[in-house]
Design a binder for this molecule. Structure first.
Ligand SMILES: Nc1ncnc2c1ncn2[C@@H]1O[C@H](COP(=O)(O)OP(=O)(O)OP(=O)(O)O)[C@@H](O)[C@H]1O
Ligand SMILES: [Mg+2]
Length: 241
C-alpha cells in the first residue's frame, strides 16, 4: 500500500456568499515533490489554497495533512503543523527592513531561536543577507518574492503553498525562483504551487494538477501533462474534453 500523501484534499467545496467555486476538488501532494496546479482564470486555484490554508471555511469535503485531519483549521494552527502559504502578489511590509520582514514569519509564535533562524536564512540567501538592513521596498520584484519565500521558511515547514510566484517577474527571475523551489524539495520541503506560466512550471515539477471549473480534471506526472494536447486547448478556452 502506498504511503499516505503529505496533503490529501478530498471533495473540497468552497465559495463566496451564494457562489460555489470549488465543486468537490480532490488532489494529493506527496512528500518530496513539487506539484503545480494549472487551470484557466477563475477555475478556483487561489480559492483552493485559501480553503486549504484556513482562510476560507470549507463547505464540504476534507483536508488531511501529515496524517491529521485539518479541515477548517486556522492558519495559525496550520503554521504550527508545518504548512505555510505565500499568497499571490506583494505581501511584505515595504517600510520595514528585510530582516524585520523575515522575523515576522514567526510573528504568531515565540521562538527562542528566532535570531539564529533569521541569520541562517540571510546566509542561505545572500541577495537578502546583503540587504538585511534595507527597506523591503528597495528590493526588485523577484527579490521581494524571494523574501516572502524565505519568510515562509522561518517556521521550517513541511509543505509550502505558493500562489503564482512568477507573477510580474522576468523570465530570468522566474527561473531563479523556480530553482529555489526545486532546491527546497531537495531539502525535504514539499511545494504546491499555482502557476499561469504553465509550461515552465510543469518543466520543473514532479506532478501537475489541472483545475477546471472547481474540480480537478487531471492529476498526473508533470511530463505527461506537458505532452497532453488537451492542455493547450484548455488554456485557449476549449475546456478539458
Ligand atoms: N473574495 C471573493 N469574493 C467573491 N468572489 C470571489 C472572491 N475571490 C474570488 N472570487 C471568485 O471566485 C472565482 C475563482 O477565483 P480564484 O481566485 O480562485 O480563481 P483562480 O483560478 O485563482 O484565477 P486566476 O488564474 O485569475 O488567479 C472567480 O470567479 C472570482 O471572481
Ligand atoms: Mg488565482
Amino acid at each position: 500500500m502506498a504511503a499516505e500523501a503529505l496533503l490529501a484534499v478530498e471533495d473540497l467545496v468552497a465559495g463566496y456568499g451564494p457562489v460555489t467555486i470549488l465543486r468537490g476538488a480532490s488532489l494529493e501532494v506527496a512528500a518530496g515533490t513539487v506539484t503545480t496546479v494549472i487551470g484557466p482564470n477563475g477555475a478556483g486555484k487561489s480559492t483552493l489554497m485559501k480553503a486549504v490554508f484556513g482562510l476560507l471555511p470549507p463547505r464540504g469535503g476534507r483536508v488531511r495533512f501529515a496524517g491529521e485531519e485539518i479541515t477548517g483549521r486556522s492558519p495559525r494552527e496550520l503554521l504550527a503543523r508545518g504548512l505555510v502559504f505565500v499568497p499571490q502578489g506583494r505581501n511584505l511590509f515595504p517600510e520595514l527592513s528585510v530582516r524585520h520582514n523575515l522575523e515576522l514569519g514567526a510573528a504568531a509564535f515565540a521562538l527562542s531561536d528566532l535570531d539564529a533562524r533569521v541569520d541562517a536564512l540571510l546566509a542561505r540567501f545572500p541577495v537578502l543577507g546583503e540587504r538585511a538592513g534595507m527597506q523591503a521596498s528597495v528590493l526588485s520584484g523577484g527579490e521581494q518574492k524571494l523574501l516572502e519565500i524565505a519568510r515562509a521558511l522561518l517556521l521550517e515547514p513541511r509543505l509550502l503553498l505558493v500562489d503564482e510566484p512568477s507573477l510580474g517577474l522576468s523570465p530570468k527571475m522566474t527561473r531563479e525562483i523556480f530553482a529555489i523551489l526545486t532546491a527546497l524539495r531537495d531539502r525535504g520541503v514539499a511545494v504546491l504551487m499555482i502557476e499561469q506560466n504553465a509550461k515552465s512550471a510543469l518543466g520543473i515539477s514532479d506532478v501537475g494538477i489541472v483545475l477546471d471549473q472547481g474540480r480537478v480534471a487531471l492529476q498526473a506526472p508533470a511530463g505527461e501533462i506537458l505532452a497532453d494536447p488537451r492542455i493547450g486547448r484548455l488554456f485557449l478556452g476549449g475546456g478539458l474534453a
